[in-house]
Design a protein around this ligand. Structure first.
Ligand SMILES: O=C(O)CCC(=O)C(=O)O
Ligand SMILES: [Fe+2]
Length: 223
């Protein structure tokens, strides 16, 4: 399931993030790449121990956990500290699949990959995120503050940036629901329940649907 979510960050949060990016000192992104990804990774990133990184991580984590669509789609068990990346002209990220396991302070399985866009599309040329999903090849370039989520099993790449710079926060989620099809069913069911609740809050069908949602979650969740 590939999902774009708008306005993960408020205008104020985005301005704060962009301010921190403007002051930050970036290093070669290969420092955190796995063996295979290091061969194709060609970008800049903030060091994990940079002063700005912790502040940025808190802003992004808070925004994600407060977003009902993100929580419903990802059903997160672990959201790792994001990588804060910058691509300047000539930089790209060749085709790869993300490492299944990320080893660190918390070692976790990557089920869902996310890119939160921090630059406006008109601020740079190129830099499209290309995802080869089961539904074909998707080309993604979203407004600043918007997020794309996709299964970590997908092959993907970032087209070369040819002008301006592309700033993003990239992160991975271990979901309570490992299986992408089960996760997708729960997301669909939750969307249906939310819509029914909004349109006809007194509907007697809501209770059995909510019960089904929770009982499927109980059946499938690994926590
Ligand atoms: O920059 C992006 O949108 C994705 C980067 C990426 O694929 C990665 O860091 O593994
Ligand atoms: Fe990746």
């Amino acid at each position: 399931m590939l999902l774009a979510i708008e306005n993960i960050l408020t205008r104020e949060e985005l301005a704060g993030v962009r301010d921190l990016f403007a002051k930050a000192r970036f290093v070669d992104g290969r420092v955190t790449a796995g063996e295979l990804a290091a061969k194709v990774k060609n970008n800049l990133q903030l060091p994990a121990n940079a002063e700005e990184t912790q502040v940025l991580t808190d802003i992004v984590h808070d925004a994600l956990h407060c977003n009902p669509l993100f929580v419903s789609a990802a059903l997160p068990k672990v959201v790792c500290p994001p990588l804060f990346n910058r691509y300047v002209p000539g930089m790209d990220f060749g085709i790869h699949v993300d490492n299944a396991i990320r080893v660190g302070a918390t070692t976790f399985r990557t089920d869902v990959s996310g890119t939160l866009f921090l630059s406006e599309p008109e601020e740079y040329d190129g830099g499209e995120l290309i995802i080869e999903d089961t539904y074909g090849v998707q080309q993604i370039k979203l407004p600043a503050g918007s997020l794309v989520l996709y299964p970590s099993s997908s092959l993907h790449r970032v087209e070369p940036v040819t002008a301006g710079h592309r700033d993003v926060a990239v992160f991975w989620v271990q979901s309570m629901i490992r299986d992408v099809a089960q996760r997708s069913l729960l997301f669909q069911l939750d969307a249906g329940i939310q819509s029914l609740r909004a349109r006809a809050p007194e509907s007697p069908e809501i209770t059995p649907l909510v019960a089904t949602y929770h009982n499927l979650l109980r059946m499938w969740a690994d926590i």
